[in-house]
Design a protein around this ligand. Sequence first.
Ligand code: DAK
Length: 263
Amino acid sequence: MEFITFEQQDFVGIITINRPKALNALNSSVLEELDKTLDQVDLSNTRCLILTGAGDKSFVAGADIGEMSTLTKAEGEAFGKKGNDVFRKLETFPIPVIAAINGFALGGGCEIAMSCDIRICSDNAIFGQPEVGLGITPGFGGTQRLARTVGVGMAKQMIYTGRNIKSDEAFRIGLVNAVYPQEELMDAAKKLASTISMNAPIAVRNCKKAINDGLQVDMDAAIVIEEKLFGDCFETEDQKAGMGNFLEKDKEKKLKVVPFQNK
Ligand code: DAK
């Protein structure tokens, strides 16, 4: 791979978009490599992913404007589909994905972060959807995910003005869960990922699916989705061990990682 690196640390996979000279802008190759990287994640041994950008200046400065500038309508549509497919793959990936946003997250950069489950950022992070200034609309889900993440009014303001916001404002409006000094960001991301990966993996996966799928339907249907995924956890080793440890008051065992179960 030319533009993506993958590193496995225990149960955590770290994906780095590595195109720092272009501030990690997303061209077709980056999108294709990201797609392949996700396909290659060993889900029997990985419980959480971290997505970040190389360098200390930029997470992702958007889709590659140079590549996009000469696209025909048909090519623009194909490029948009490539991006949307991989963003959706991230969003629906079976395990949680944490975006560790280490600088600019503009346009497609903000959009890819919003496809992740959890966003944390460094204090120099800058967010924005500047597309209207380039004569286009956000094309990788920005009009949809930003409104769902920060509310309709704030999303419309950010998108219509194309104004960038700093990390403190991103935190205030709920676009990120926490802000860290740049040098502490990756440790914080790893700690968060490690905490998630110490929990029962089937339950964590089912929580992600329940939240994601439930948000697409009305509450009656959403509760049915939850019921099914709740029921699905029973008779797993994780459920038996987790509840058994509690009933046996075995605090040591409770802290042990329950072996992953493929179903
Ligand atoms: N694309 C390509 N190259 C980029 C880039 C980008 N988005 N952002 C930065 N670079 C490159 C710069 O060209 C420069 O390259 P060299 O000149 O050194 O070769 C290098 O990265 C360093 O950038 P700067 O010299 O500009 O660095 P500064 O610190 O001065 O400024 C900046 C940093 C992030 C403020 C600035 O680079 C900037 O404004 N970049 C563009 C940010 C932006 O507008 N992003 C949104 C892109 S639009 C679609 C689906 C999705 C999309 C569109 C369509 N369809 C459905 C069809 C998505 C659109 C977008 O994301």
